[in-house]
Design a protein around this ligand. Structure first.
Ligand code: SF4
Length: 505
């Protein structure tokens, strides 16, 4: 099976960018392991390939860490009560993985755990380090023995060889050497630590669970603390949102409460704008802005910028739904669920053979003929990566009797690959990197195609002046090629293979 340019498709090429990971950590809570499993369940959309929890218990015969990891969904890996019983303690960190660096081997599943001279330490990482290959090479030369192929293990070795004595200073030493987009949750015997990269590209938030009046929790605390990739993971464990961890901030939670260190000073962030468009769960609030509301506003802006006469607005479910609602509200054209998504199609079912993969779209989506037949349809989706799914959806809607099919996309054209933790194909395989909008419309078989503009996207997110070329507020590199964090490893590679950045192959 091939994409629209004839390039072969791999087993993970389902024509959507993929989030790499979700992280969760909790301190001072009864059943911290079970709370972490719940948090990871709420963050399942950020990674479905593997999951893991490391907990710490101070009671019993000895204080120690406990680990369980597995390949698969949170419910599959932690669904057994005996497994949850093997994760006792009042503190834990957890991780959901979508593998972009390192194969999906059990030894790559996080949190990574290691014993140091100061005791055990568990690290969960969401993001991607752009100088990991360089650092790894240097660390191996110094004698470090890597257990996994994931870039996250670099943190473990940098902490191990640091000459500082305490955990926090060693961690600061480590983050000053890495370059990239990352959010970390770190668990030691004394503390839970959250770290966000200097530009805050990947999300991390702080929450609190007050203990009921008059009660105290473990360690005589009045509250439990939570770190998580998104606020939806707070809701499921009954925590209240405190604040976003700031770009470049290290938040340390211990029995004295919460403190903050900013080893990089105060920074203006470049949060990933694609979190608002597609990755984050609609009920999350990120960097002070509700994702659901953001998507509706993006849809409304898309309608203002790209109006067309039609009979019905149809979202490509699920991620296209809020922006289609925004488009419908703004345009006054009725909104209908003209495509129904089957939520019970597992990846294992659609992956094994090319023939089954070809049917993949029909397995996931089917046309609701009564809402489409004889009508001029506007389909609203969040992005076009390779275009293979868009073409099949357009075909399916036409086959259901649509008179016209117009496609509207709630992101600007995806013209560049992401190197900050989102799995996108290389540039040469991105439809928008190689074709203008008119050609793309022809390739996907739509009567018309339009994307929200970059300035329109910024306006929808509350920046009236648009992108503000000199000081953009977000990372938008996959739409602009303006990479805010240097691509150290890739720049070295691209001296030998310039096509990696230009897509010219
Ligand atoms: S390149 Fe795109 S997907 Fe990657 S962090 Fe930047 S905005 Fe997000």
């Amino acid at each position: 099976m091939t994409d629209l340019s004839g390039a072969p498709l791999g087993p993970h090429d389902d024509d959507k960018p993929h989030e790499e990971c979700g992280v969760f950590g909790i301190w001072n809570a009864q059943d911290a392991g079970a709370m972490t499993a719940l948090g990871l369940h709420a963050l399942q959309h950020r990674g479905q390939e593997a999951t893991g929890i490391v907990s710490f218990s101070e009671t019993g015969p000895e204080a120690r860490f406990h680990t369980h990891k597995g390949l698969g969904l949170v419910g599959d890996v932690f669904g057994d009560a005996r497994i949850m019983a093997s994760l006792p303690g009042t503190a834990a960190v957890g991780h959901n993985r979508y593998a972009t660096t390192g194969a999906t081997l059990i030894r790559n599943v996080q949190p990574l755990y290691a014993e140091f001279e100061f005791g055990g330490l568990a690290v969960g990482h969401n993001g991607n380090l752009t100088n990991a290959t360089n650092l790894r090479r240097a660390l191996v030369r110094r004698g470090c023995i890597f257990q996994s192929t994931t870039d996250s293990e670099v943190f473990i070795h940098l902490i191990a060889i640091s000459l500082y004595t305490n955990v926090v200073d060693r961690l600061i030493d480590a983050v000053k050497q890495v370059i990239g987009a990352y959010s970390l949750v770190v668990l030691s015997r004394e503390s839970l630590i959250g770290v966000r990269d200097p530009l805050g590209v990947r999300p991390l938030i702080l929450g609190r669970i007050p203990h009921p009046d008059g009660q105290v929790g473990p360690n005589n605390s009045k509250e439990a603390w939570v770190l998580a990739s998104e606020t939806c993971a707070l809701d499921i464990v009954g925590a209240e949102f405190v604040r976003d961890v700031e770009p470049g901030e290290i938040v340390i939670v211990d029995n004295d409460g919460v403190r903050s260190i900013k080893p990089f000073g105060d920074r203006r962030g470049r949060f990933c704008v694609f979190e608002y468009i597609y990755f984050a769960r609609p009920d999350s609030v990120l960097d002070g802005y509700g994702v659901y509301e953001a998507r509706k506003r993006i849809g409304a802006e898309l309608a203002r910028e790209n109006p067309i006469e039609a009979d019905v607005i149809v979202p490509v479910p699920d991620s296209g739904v809020p922006s289609a609602m925004g488009y419908a509200n703004e345009s006054g054209i009725p909104f209908e669920l003209g495509i129904i998504r089957n939520h019970y199609v597992g990846r294992t079912f659609i992956e094994p053979t090319d023939q089954i993969r070809h049917l993949g779209v029909k397995l996931k989506h089917s046309a609701n003929k009564a809402m489409i037949e004889g009508k001029r349809v506007i389909l609203v989706d969040d992005s076009i990566v390779r275009g293979t799914t868009s073409r099949k959806i357009v075909e399916m809607v036409r086959a259901a009797g649509a008179r016209e099919v117009h496609m509207r996309i709630s992101s600007p054209p995806t013209t560049h690959s992401c190197f900050y933790g989102i799995d996108t194909p290389e540039r040469g395989k991105l439809l928008a990197a190689n074709h203008d909008t008119e050609e793309m419309a022809r390739l996907i078989g739509a009567d018309s195609l339009a994307f929200i503009s970059l300035d329109g996207l910024y306006r929808a997110l509350g920046h009236k002046e648009g992108r503000d070329a000199g000081k953009p507020f977000y990372c938008d590199a996959c739409f602009t090629g303006d990479y805010p964090i240097s691509l150290v490893d890739l720049d070295e590679d691209s001296r030998a293979r310039p096509d990696l950045l230009t897509g010219a192959h």
